[in-house]
Design a binder for this molecule. Sequence first.
Ligand code: C2O
Ligand code: CU
Length: 525
Amino acid sequence: MKKLLLGTVLAGVVAIGAACSNNSSMQGHDMSNMNMKEENTAQDSSKKLPLATNTEVLSGKEINLTAKEALLQINDQVKLPVYTYNGSVPGAQIRVKQGDNVKIVLKNELPEPITIHWHGYPVPNNQDGVPGVTMDAIKPGETFTYEFTATVPGTYWYHSHQKSAEQVDKGLYGTLIVEPKNEEKVDRDYTLVLDEWMSNPDEGNMDMSGMDHSNMNNGNSSDNQQMDMSSMGHDMMNMYDIFTINGKSGSAVKPLKVKKGEKVRLRLVNAGYMSHKLHLHGHEFKIVATDGQPLKDPQPIKDELLNIAPGERYDIEFIANNPGEWLLECHGDMEGADGMKVKIQYEDQTNNTDKENAKKDLPIVDMTKYGKHELGQFTLDQKYDVEYTMDLGTAMGKDGMVYTINGKTYPETAPVNVKKGDLVKVKLVNNSPKDLHPMHLHGHFFQVLSKNGKPITGSPLIKDTLNLKPGEEYVVAFKADNPGNWMFHCHDLHHASAGMVTEVKYKDYKSDYIPDPNDTTNKGE
Ligand code: C2O
Ligand code: CU
């Protein structure tokens, strides 16, 4: 958490330097006194950084990615230093066909080690990109080649798994789209990646800790700092004051063009650490897939909010049958929500018919009742080889808030021990008083069987990321069919880095990767 604070303070200085240098409200801040001269290389190098470009779409036999720094212009006022894959946030979209052999050559031009983890994709374990577990982090200047077969279609994403709470926060992610062999054609296919940013993390830190600058300078204020760290878990979220779609906020978000009669698909990906409730105005829509997996006979819905938790994906489709200009917008009263909206613009249609209604209370789609019910691969009462209960908790540790699984923090958490072919049932319970825990399993999909003791009555729900609100309890099941050591963790990556991680470990799996015990750069979460 200390690193994180330092990181955000640095970013704040850069943001102020770039965007507010003449702003009189900043005069109270004496930047020269802030004890960060050594670390603050970002400030100098940011002057030379290129502006982030538009996201490109890459396909083909060999895909080249370069991780590098850039400046992201989020809206008229705010420009932030970011980490990118190929110069954009989100990074390049990788678009391949089911059955393809995918080869990605990643070059690291960032000043620190990185990886790529293929979120949701069942890759072989040695391609999973978890430093210290499946590979060494890729050091500055180094290149690493990932290779896997595109076995399942759908909407996925990729991101660094090295110090991921920080690196994903800085923009180091992109999308992976695997088109099915027999594609049902749509007329428009848009990918929208949601995220949150801090426009002024420096001020956020001051507000929250009550520390003034003299305290910051004072090397003896460790007690104060301790208090500050412990409150961060919750207060962090208030510091994310700008919400974005595809790296842009508010009117800077590029409108989505449609023509009357077209079938439109939106692939929604949440790369941030907060849940967002999206409202599509003026149209009925269907949720056709979640986490890349199709839903059975989705019914059309209208004026219901789609809740997207960190790490989750939803593919929705609608027919453009209502000419005008409409919004897809984030509902809620969080400060940043206002920026998370995109216009859906009918071509040749200029009269603006739509109004924002972000404060309006609308029902939220209940995914446990959505689509047509049928039996999936797993049932609640069949026999399982392995059963595991995950009690997700929040506690006060000696260095601040920790997030626990059965009272322990990673790597002390008990792994889910399996062998190949096992049927595995996991009960997840969120016992944290306030925190959401979007739990993500690497390398496998699981079927959601029940919520709060009630069986799923909609379409079979197959996911890799499942959001638990405080007090909620879910039962999920999967088949251990992909040998390796796989992370199972909260995708609020602040929670993961503060302990909420375990592993699914295959008994007879022999990894060809041996972590270097002297290499301290590998940091799994
Ligand atoms: Cu999206 Cu372990 O991560
Ligand atoms: Cu969590």
